[in-house]
Structure formats: C-alpha cells, structure tokens
Design a protein around this ligand. Structure first.
Ligand code: ZN
Length: 342
C-alpha cells in the first residue's frame, strides 16, 4: 500500500514537471520599460520613442499571445557588465558627455553620429539590462525565448566607439555575459538589420566563441560586411556576411538562412542564439530598400527556431535594432512572437 501511494505521488509529480516544461517551452519573455522612451534623439530623428510605444501596444492587443508572454522587470546593467565589451575610456566618455547636456537639449557623442540627451546613458544601460534579464529568464528555465524591445539600438557600437544610433553594443554584452556566467563556448549572433553590424563584427572578429552572421543591404551605411570579411586569427571562418542588393525581397532573405547559415550551424552547433533584430529591411522603410515582408520575418524566425531546437535547447533571445516605420516593426515582431510561442 505504501509503495502504491509512493508510486502515485511520484507519477503525479512527474506529470506536473512534464506539464510545467511544456508550458515554459512556449513561454516568451518580453523585455520592455517606458523608461526607453526617455532617450531623446531630437525632432525628426527616425529612431524615435514612438517606434517602441506602437510595437508594445501591438503586442498587448494581440490576444493570441497574451497567455504565453511574461513581462519581467528589467534590471539595469552595471558598469562592470558594460565593460565586458567596452573600454573604460569609452564608458567614461559616454558618462562625461551625457552629463554635460542641459535639460531638454540633444547633442551628439564626440565619437560620431550618435544622438544623445540627458537620460541617454541610463536608458542605454537599461537596454543592455533588458538583454541580460532576458538571458537570465531563459537560463532560469522560466521561458525558452525572449524578445527585448529596446532603444537605443546597439550593433554599430564597437568597444571604443559609439556610432550610428548606438551607444552600447547591447547584444555583444549579452554574449559576453552568457560566456562569463554560464560558460557557453559557442554563441551565434544573427543580424538581419538592413545595415551591417560593424560594431558586433569588430568585437568578435578574432574570436571563435561567437559566430557572427549578417545579411544586409549593399551598398549602404556603414559600408562594411563584404563576403570576404570572414574573421582573423582564431576567429577566421566565424564571421559570415551575406550582402544583398536593393530590392531583394523575401526569397533572397530566406535563401541566405537556408543556404548559408543552416549548413554553417550544422558544423558550429551553437549553444545559444542571439538575434540583432532590425526591421529597416522591411518594405517601405525610411532607411532601407530590401523589400522584405512581415511574412518573410516569420519564415526566418522559423529557420532560427529550427537551429535553436536542434542545437541550443531552444534558447533564443531577440533584441530590437533598427526599423523606422513603427507599423512594420509591430507587424513583424508579432509574427516572430507567434513563431516563438508554438
Ligand atoms: Zn539599421
């Protein structure tokens, strides 16, 4: 009798655990804070707060997603975390130049074309923190994937230089954090923003512990990311650039994943997938001309999910980069979340 009772208890517990796993497998963490709206880039700037408000409203109004989404509170990143990637000199420069801005003024970082305002450093630290919080949620097993809806974006920032609309390289810091905290040996960063992520490429160019894959428009800012840029030293062969011409469309987009990324990942076997998700390659964008559709982004999300499930136990973190027509970002993000909850 005692044994029977024990068996029943064990069976009950096991079923509950299985049930819990299945539920968490479909759960997605969305990382967002209204504080992201405080980064003021100035009147008429394409990287504006309205982009995020619209995307978040779109997600909240999509009833098919509601029961699958978690909205964890974001922990602001520390200087030590930022310095996993950035030099102390650059971190000090950012702090100093932003602290000099008065009230409602906007200015530019002296390293280049990055608009800044009074709150920009705190907001940029929160954007990094969103990625880290998302990664933590995945590692705790609360969710298997996450989407960080952040600004400013990050992929043009190198270790010592802000560039484009980017202050800190959000995704690169998350990659280093995952290595430090969880000992991952093979992380994949996928970048489908219309622009090449020169900062991310630069940070990991001589490194075989992070594979960088980018598909982007050429010619276009920042003009890097040619197919012959494949890494140096022990990083040789761990950077894969696919540059595509204006007007390419979904088929060319998807082919880059099916014909180039998938075979490369069958060799690399990534343990965690990070995605620099820019939507400025969407048809009708203000800065890009690649004519992808929201359905194209959905198809690519399915390909990435395939790789993640095969090699990385589903561990996938998307982080928003560019995209300058809010409706297009909103539609595409909803499509991707629809893939992640299945
Ligand atoms: Zn971009």
């Amino acid at each position: 009798m005692k044994t029977l009772l024990l068996s029943i208890i064990l069976l009950f517990t096991a079923n509950n655990l299985v049930g819990e796993n299945i539920n968490n497998k479909n759960k997605v963490a969305v990382l967002y804070s209204d504080e992201f709206l405080l980064h003021d880039t100035g009147l008429g700037h394409p990287e504006n707060p309205e982009r995020l408000s619209k995307v978040v409203n779109g997600i909240k109004n999509n009833k098919s997603l509601t029961s699958f989404l978690l909205w964890p509170k974001i922990k602001k990143s520390s200087i030590e975390e930022i310095q996993l990637v950035h030099t102390q000199k650059y971190v000090d420069l950012v702090a100093r130049e932003i602290s000099m801005i008065k009230s409602n003024d906007t200015s530019f970082l002296s390293t280049g074309d990055t608009a800044i305002s009074k709150h920009s450093n705190e907001v940029a630290k929160l954007a990094v923190g969103a990625g880290i919080t998302g990664a933590d949620e995945i590692m705790k097993g609360n969710v298997s994937s996450a989407f960080a809806i952040v600004r400013p974006p990050g992929h043009h920032a190198s270790a010592s230089r802000g560039m484009g609309f980017c202050i800190y390289n959000n995704i690169a810091i998350v990659a280093r954090y995952l290595q430090e905290q969880h000992g991952f040996k093979r992380i994949l960063i996928v970048d489908f923003d219309v622009h090449h992520g020169n900062g991310t490429q630069d940070i990991f160019y001589d490194d075989d512990s992070v594979f960088y894959f980018s598909v982007h428009q050429h010619p276009l800012y920042p003009k890097t990311g040619r197919p012959n840029e494949t890494g140096i030293g022990k990083g040789k062969g761990f950077t894969l650039n696919v540059d595509v011409p204006e007007g390419s469309g979904d088929k060319i987009f998807l082919d880059a994943f099916r014909n180039q990324l998938n075979p490369a990942m069958d060799k690399y076997k990534p343990e965690f997938i990070l995605i620099s998700a820019g939507f400025d390659a969407h048809k009708g964008d203000l800065l890009g001309q690649l004519n992808y559709t929201s359905n194209g982004f959905r198809q690519v999300a399915l390909e990435l999910k395939g790789i993640a499930e095969k090699y990385a136990a589903g561990r996938t973190l998307y982080m928003l980069e560019g995209g300058y027509v809010a409706d297009n970002i909103s539609q595409s993000v909803n499509e991707i979340l629809g893939v992640l909850i299945k």
